[in-house]
Design a protein around this ligand. Structure first.
Ligand code: SF4
Length: 435
């Protein structure tokens, strides 16, 4: 539904928010803040679960994937990060193309549908390394979808490749060249919290939110789907989390409005109620365009958008912010529930089990609005929860059991949320996204 704006203001309460959720009316900034502050977390989770069931019924999604961290050497030193090393430091590594080819063959042999590729901002690797890496994986495993590079990596590649006349020009050109080399989508990491105070305190030196959003907008314009993350539970406040959600929601609106208009979908009389004078697209209401017959498809308009939102809990261990506690279990549940309720224009909400833990991800699926759990992963070097090592693998039977015990039906999807049909390591995907 495309909504033009009529602004209403009232003091939020759980009852007023429930009424909005039931009618498909957009929640505003005050509602978001209230949801983060009310002691009644279980009601917040129940509302998020209601939206999630409206969207996806009893289905919960997972994929068979591999994560590849090509290098942990990074020019920056973000204080929440335990992944980076300086060149020559103990534990610093960069993987060569032979090694990466072997990883691609192993992933294909195991039936993976996706390779998720991220790394540090390596000060000396040339741009060719990145395009060669994508081409090498493509040659070894042509069916693998390559979900690669966070926005800060793309900005770094634009700088080192000296593409384009200015910042955004270079970003577009780099994305084009990476797409030609096999890039399928962007994973959405590195967003942290879109606030200058938080930026300066926890990840000064990294790009600010406007540059992060520029990269994603350029990707969407090139028909590349992306995801959106938020790293929470460190130095940010609930108000700053809500602002983060609002900025992403506005950007998704702008993208989906273009898509919907090109698709000839308009209902201009419906109210928006978010206080901003612009049209919006709500996907989660009872009469919305998802998941029935009007779900986003880019076949006709070649536009990308945020497919999925992934709230990521801060893991303090081994970082410069180790003295902080990180978010509690209840805060994890609340945050994904509020994200589900605020992101009325993003189809999927992921409980990333690697950072949430599998038991917490299971509860999020069952009762806090998550519909996706990520995949088998295998190797993951970015964060290590509770002393886990780089080998962080789960199996498909484990994922099935986790989902079934939550009372839901496991559905294997590919990166673009198309149903996967599998015979052992051999698989095909439907041509349309799941309904
Ligand atoms: S978060 Fe990313 S950019 Fe910051 S230090 Fe870690 S690897 Fe480098």
């Amino acid at each position: 539904m495309i909504r033009s704006d009529v602004h209403t203001q009232s003091t939020p309460s759980l009852a007023s928010i429930e009424a909005k959720v039931d009618s498909g009316e957009r929640l505003n900034r005050e509602d978001g803040q209230f949801l983060f502050e009310t002691p009644d977390i279980w009601s917040v989770c129940a509302l998020a679960d209601r939206v999630r069931r409206r969207l996806h019924g009893d289905r919960a999604f997972y994929n068979v994937n591999r994560h590849l961290n090509y290098s942990n050497i990074c020019a920056l030193s973000c204080s929440f990060c335990a992944f980076y090393r300086k060149k020559g430091e103990d534990g610093a590594y960069e993987r060569d193309l032979d090694d990466i080819r072997a990883e691609a063959r192993s992933a294909a042999a195991a039936g993976a549908t996706e390779m998720h590729i991220v790394g540090g901002l390596h000060p000396w690797l040339k741009f060719d390394y990145y395009t060669d890496m994508l081409r090498a994986i493509r040659e070894e495993a042509p069916a693998l979808h390559l979900k690669a590079f966070t926005a800060v990596e793309i900005v770094h590649l634009a700088k080192i490749s000296k593409r384009g006349r200015d910042g955004i020009d270079g970003i577009r050109e780099v994305l084009r060249e990476l797409k030609d080399a096999g890039l399928g989508s962007l994973p959405g990491g590195g967003a942290e919290v879109f606030d200058d105070r938080v930026h300066d305190e926890a990840f000064k030196g990294k790009i600010r939110h406007d540059a992060w959003m520029d990269v994603h907008q350029a990707a969407h314009e090139l028909g590349i789907h992306t995801n959106a993350t938020m790293l929470y539970g460190h130095v940010e406040s609930p108000r700053e989390r809500v602002s983060h959600f609002m900025l992403l929601r506005e950007q998704q609106d702008a993208t989906l409005v273009v898509w919907a208009q090109r698709m000839g979908i308009t209902t201009p009389d419906a109210p928006c109620h978010d206080g901003i004078d612009r049209p919006s697209v709500v996907l989660t209401g009872p009469d919305s365009m998802y998941p029935q017959d009007r779900q986003p498809t880019n076949e006709q308009c070649n536009t990308g958008w945020y497919q999925c939102c992934i709230p990521l809990p801060f893991v303090p261990d081994d970082s410069a912010l180790e003295s902080l506690y990180g978010p509690s279990g209840l805060e994890n549940l609340r945050t994904i529930a509020v994200a589900r309720l605020m992101f009325d224009n993003v189809p999927h909400m992921k409980a990333f089990w690697i950072m949430q833990t599998l038991p917490m991800a299971q509860i999020m699926l069952q009762s806090a609005g998550a519909d996706d759990i990520d995949g088998t992963v295998v190797w993951y070097d970015i964060t290590k929860v509770e002393g886990s090592g780089t080998h962080q693998e789960t199996t498909v039977p484990d994922l099935h059991r986790t989902i079934r015990e939550a009372g839901l039906e496991p559905v294997e999807r590919d990166t673009l949320y198309r149903r996967v049909h599998r015979d052992g390591a051999t698989w095909t995907a439907d041509s349309v996204t799941l309904q």
